[in-house]
Ligand binder design. Structure first.
Ligand SMILES: *[C@@H]1O[C@H](CO)[C@@H](O)[C@H](O)[C@H]1NC(C)=O
Ligand SMILES: *[C@@H]1O[C@H](CO)[C@@H](O)[C@H](O)[C@H]1NC(C)=O
Ligand SMILES: *[C@@H]1O[C@H](CO)[C@@H](O)[C@H](O)[C@H]1NC(C)=O
Ligand SMILES: *[C@@H]1O[C@H](CO)[C@@H](O)[C@H](O)[C@H]1NC(C)=O
Ligand SMILES: *[C@@H]1O[C@H](CO)[C@@H](O)[C@H](O)[C@H]1NC(C)=O
Length: 247
């Protein structure tokens, strides 16, 4: 008899709290893709609901190649959530020989507006038909067979200007050229360094509306509301708040 009463007392608090406990919503829990951790504003297309991240930041993880971003030519190598930057390479540059790369500028083909090529990058120039001596440190690339001119030069510049033409180095005046961003601190000694340089990718920085860190800190989960096309903070009890759960 006494034993039964003790049991009732022990179980009462559990019975009392159970109906009020919120089921934890795990649908947007951080997910793995290879060595990458995918969380807001990124989300795993096909494995997570679209509200887990921003539409631009859909990651397609097929296991074979580094995952692509919104099914574009950008292949994600690393994500730095602390400073909102991504290391990605351009699939067309990596899959094609060096002389094909001379045909396009990476910055002008980047259309994902919430992601900008970081100014921290260095830049790799492909120049040809220079009316004067190519810059010091340039390496020659033999592109005989490519339509147009055959002798190209590769050159590395430690500054990157995403605005493009606003600030071309003086040395490039008088050359035809295209330019692609490469990681800060890249080294160019011979034309053979090219493949490694483009495969190492370059830095992109994102700016996405909504303060995900503040939402997290208030006990919420970051969401994207497709209807409103806006950031929302998903709070205990299932409420969607504009910024944080403290409201
Ligand atoms: C994602 O890719 C699709 C298909 O290329 C494109 O139409 C769309 O604009 C991209 N979305 C964003 C948000 O960049
Ligand atoms: C962000 O931080 C990572 C790791 O500390 C660093 O490697 C990267 O260069 C930083 N990104 C930018 C844009 O500075
Ligand atoms: C090389 O540049 C000159 C002028 O600087 C131009 O007339 C010529 O068409 C260019 N050649 C090629 C192959 O682009
Ligand atoms: C460039 O390559 C072509 C074809 O491979 C070759 O005939 C030519 O001699 C090379 N030119 C130089 C300067 O190495
Ligand atoms: C790359 O961009 C520069 C500046 O806009 C332009 O002058 C050049 O012709 C472009 N090169 C190619 C290959 O499109």
């Amino acid at each position: 008899m006494l034993q039964n009463n003790v049991l009732v007392l022990v179980f009462l608090p559990l019975l009392a709290t159970a109906p009020h406990a919120q089921p934890v919503d795990e649908s947007c829990a951080p997910a793995a893709c290879g060595s990458l951790t995918i969380k807001y504003p990124f989300w795993l297309r096909g494995r997570q609901p679209a509200y887990c991240g921003h539409p631009t930041f859909a990651v397609t993880c097929d296991g074979a190649t580094p995952p692509s971003l919104n099914d574009s030519y950008l292949r994600v190598l690393a994500i730095h959530y602390g400073n909102s930057s991504v290391v990605a390479f351009h699939a067309n540059l990596v899959d094609n020989p060096i002389c094909v790369a001379t045909r396009f500028n990476t910055s002008s083909t980047l259309a994902l507006s919430l992601l900008a090529v970081s100014r921290a990058n260095s830049e790799l120039y492909f120049c040809k038909n220079c009316s004067r001596t190519p810059p010091t440190g340039s390496v020659a690339v033999n592109c005989t067979g490519l339509r147009g001119s055959s002798e190209w030069f590769l050159s590395l510049n430690r500054m990157y200007d995403p605005r493009g033409t606003a600030r071309w180095p003086d040395e490039m005046v008088g050359c035809q050229y295209s330019v692609v961003p490469v990681m800060p601190g890249s080294e160019l000694n011979t034309a053979r360094d090219y493949a490694g340089l483009v495969r190492s990718g370059f830095l992109l920085e994102w700016t996405v509306p909504g303060d995900c860190a503040a939402c997290d800190a208030s006990g919420g989960q970051c969401r994207y509301d497709a209807g409103a096309m806006a950031f929302r903070c998903f709070c205990p009890g299932g409420r969607l708040q504009l910024a944080t759960c403290g409201e």
